[in-house]
Write a protein that binds this ligand. Structure first.
Ligand code: MLT
Length: 263
């Protein structure tokens, strides 16, 4: 469905009722990243998967920065009539969750940080973002999907779950040139969130696939060490898109976290 907010149209889909849990996808995904979670929402939870600015059915944001996107999330919560929510994000969605925490902590009831990292881009990483912007303009989203697919899933998924690989490939190919271009600006200019970690004072679940090569397990371990009282769970046989690759394991972790920390 489409929701009108003070910042424009937001594409979203929801399932379940109770504790609001916003789900923020990675790059260059859309809300369908979370289809398997929406198919089986945890008891007592209302899962709301958003298309981030420019992706899926959402309008692009005025400024391609994660701070601006964090304000866009707050406007989305306003339009939904939700005061506080658990914010869950995968990879880029996790970077955005840190920005929401910094700018709108009063709206954050808990965090789920999946296959993500706290650090900013290196200078080399920033150069790669700029090169990817030129590539998407010249060659289109298919070229970006082809470049990202090998890192997007783990080796077990590549060998054993062709439908998950096709699902992610098709999702990335659907992204528009403008959405990819803007998101690359937001990713490249994001601040280092390492010093944010110690300030997190809400229940936090960190999830990572043990075959994630884009945001490896050591990144999750570092976040776990720095966030007070956080829980870390590793999903065996999953890579970067752990919620798609191993939905049953991911859903069980989400349910367990919600039942234990928000009874
Ligand atoms: C993602 O999945 O969101 C991307 O891998 C994040 C990134 O490129 O840093």
């Amino acid at each position: 469905m489409k929701l009108e907010t003070a910042r424009g149209t937001v594409g979203l889909e929801e399932a379940g009722s109770g504790l609001p849990v916003l789900l923020l996808h990675g790059f260059p995904h859309d809300r369908s990243l979370w289809a398997a979670q929406l198919a089986a929402p945890p008891a007592g939870a209302r899962l709301i998967a958003l298309d981030l600015p420019g992706f899926g059915e959402s309008d692009s944001a005025d400024v391609p920065s994660l701070d601006h996107w964090a304000d866009w999330i707050a406007a989305t919560l306003d339009a939904l009539g939700i005061e506080r929510a658990v914010i869950g994000g995968l990879s880029m969605g996790g970077y955005l969750a840190f920005a929401v925490w910094r700018r709108h902590a009063a709206r954050v009831q808990g965090l789920v940080l999946a296959d993500t990292r706290a650090g900013a881009d290196t200078l080399e990483g920033q150069d790669k973002r700029v090169a990817m912007q030129a590539q998407v303009v010249k060659e289109g989203p298919g070229a970006i999907a082809a470049a990202m697919l090998p890192g997007m899933v783990g080796k077990t998924t590549r060998a054993e779950r062709p439908r998950a690989v096709e699902y992610l490939d098709a999702m990335m190919r659907r992204a528009s040139v403008a959405a990819i271009h803007d998101a690359l600006d937001a990713l490249r200019t994001r601040p280092d969130s390492t010093s944010t970690l110690a300030t997190i004072s809400v229940p936090t679940l960190i999830i990572c696939g043990d075959e994630d090569v884009l945001t490896p397990v050591k990144e999750s371990e570092a976040m776990h060490a720095a966030i007070p009282d956080a829980q870390l769970a590793i999903i065996p046989g999953a890579g970067h898109a752990s919620c798609v690759e191993h939905p049953a394991a991911f859903n069980a972790l989400l349910s367990g976290f919600i039942q234990a920390r928000f009874p």
